[in-house]
Design a protein around this ligand. Structure first.
Ligand SMILES: CC(C)(COP(=O)(O)OP(=O)(O)OC[C@H]1O[C@@H](n2cnc3c(N)ncnc32)[C@H](O)[C@@H]1OP(=O)(O)O)[C@@H](O)C(=O)NCCC(=O)NCCS
Length: 408
């Protein structure tokens, strides 16, 4: 243990300490620690519903960490996931090992409660690899001038786009969300808490943007896609598309056409699209779409069989994978993965490994976010049996790129 953090106590904050805990989170993220009442109430509600820990220097809270309970949905199977969040250490106490201690406690707790893995969004990529997290997949943000936002062809979808109310049409939004995740590896189910967060539209949370707008594409009475967006900028000439989910080609075409047809808009910013987004291919001038890749979810696997059995595979076959886990040892071992298009079994084995990798790299290939052979070229995966890499490339490939639209 770092000598300087010897006297730091890590424990679950009591009910009475939650307000100070929220202040510490704000300080850790660069704020002053003071809140408008509404902000505080909202954060209190959030931390009251998740597992959390605080680091105490005497009476003072100098660190925070928590995790949300959610399910990663993979090919209809569900993986119990600890969604790590509110990770902060006070600027006065950084680089003394406090995050390391909180993370070790939170991981032990998640394993004891039966979570198969943990996931998070990293503020900076170098932080979490040492704890066994690997980048599971990426996403992209896009931008386009409205004058260039023209779709190819003059396709006429059968259905109609209607301006919608997120409360009145909530059941339609839920249905679209659920079906949009089918065959999307890494899709995170949206809990009530996450829906609250997504549709929350308090004035103070808009940061100067307009209220949240919603439009839904209907074929008859069947909702087949939705878009959530805001007008941005002082003169409201910007449009921020925060979420667009489409269940059919018609829905996708109609919803983009709707966005591109909003009057007085000059520039459209589009947040969080999957890497296999169809939009660039739908545009007359694909180069006009600025595309900026960004890392999305980082995953730390605890239970290798539970995660690898939760998906189907593009190729059938057996693969013996040795997993090194120096960050806790939870995933360490050698596993025989017997996969087919319908599913897989995975169990410890004493056979010699075809591939050897760290648990972080297993997190990077588990949902098809990157090919094993790319990580081998990067010196991160070792091929012990000639041919095993190309076999693994084929098996782990997914039809759709992994994606999630849930922020936490
Ligand atoms: C990121 C943060 C929580 C790290 O807390 P910390 O207590 O300083 O981390 P630790 O002392 O346990 O660090 C453990 C190791 O990770 C390294 N590390 C920590 N933060 C790092 C960073 N931002 N970039 C690179 N390395 C980092 C440390 O150098 C240390 O390595 P070492 O033992 O070899 O020196 C803290 O800097 C912070 O609160 N940052 C602002 C809020 C934030 O970004 N939170 C993360 C949200 S996802």
């Amino acid at each position: 243990m770092n000598m300087r953090n010897r006297n730091i106590e890590i424990r679950v904050p009591s009910e009475e300490e939650l307000e100070a805990f929220c202040s510490a989170i704000a300080v850790g993220f660069g704020g002053t620690g003071t809140f408008e009442k509404e902000d505080l109430d909202s954060l209190l509600k959030f931390v009251g519903r998740i597992e959390c820990w605080a680091a105490y220097d005497g009476e003072r809270i100098v660190g925070s960490m928590g995790y949300i309970d959610f399910q990663t949905v993979s090919h209809d199977k569900r993986i119990s996931t600890a969604g790590v969040t509110i990770v902060t250490v006070s600027p006065t106490h950084r680089r003394q090992g406090i995050l390391t201690r909180m993370m070790n406690i939170a991981q032990r707790d998640a394993v004891d409660r039966g979570y198969a893995m943990a996931s998070l969004y990293a503020s900076e990529p170098p932080i979490y690899g040492r704890f066994g997290f690997g980048l599971a997949f990426s996403r992209e943000n896009q931008k386009i001038a409205r004058s260039k936002a023209v779709l190819i062809g003059s396709h006429q979808p059968e259905g109609v786009v209607r301006v919608a109310d997120t409360k009145a049409q909530f059941a339609d939004l839920q249905r679209i969300f659920r079906l949009a995740g089918v065959e999307r590896p890494g899709w995170i189910d949206r809990s009530d808490l996450a829906w609250d967060h997504r549709l929350d539209d308090k004035e103070w949370g808009r940061h100067g943007d307009s209220e949240l707008h919603c439009a839904i594409y209907y074929e008859g009475e069947l909702a087949q896609g939705h878009v959530l967006y805001r007008r941005t900028g002082d003169d409201r000439t910007g449009l921020s598309v925060d979420e667009l989910l489409a269940l059919s080609r018609d829905a996708e075409y109609a919803l983009w056409n709707y966005c591109f047809g909003i009057d007085l808009v000059e520039e459209i910013s589009i947040r969080n699209r999957p890497l296999d987004d169809a939009l660039p291919w739908m545009l007359r001038d694909s180069r006009a779409l600025e595309r900026v890749p960004q890392d999305s979810i980082w995953t730390r696997i605890f239970d290798v069989p539970a995660v690898l059995e939760s998906r189907s595979y593009s190729g059938a076959g057996d693969l013996v994978i040795e997993v090194i886990d120096e960050a806790g040892g939870y995933a360490a071992g050698t596993f025989l993965l017997s996969a087919s298009r319908d599913g897989a079994t995975c169990a410890s084995t004493d056979r010699s490994p075809d591939l050897t990798m760290d648990v972080a790299q297993l997190g990077s290939i588990a949902f098809g976010g990157t090919r094993p052979s790319v990580l081998e070229r990067a010196g991160l995966i070792y091929e012990n049996t000639p041919g095993a890499l190309s076999k693994a490339d084929g098996m782990f490939a997914t039809r759709k790129a992994p994606w999630t639209v849930v922020d936490f």
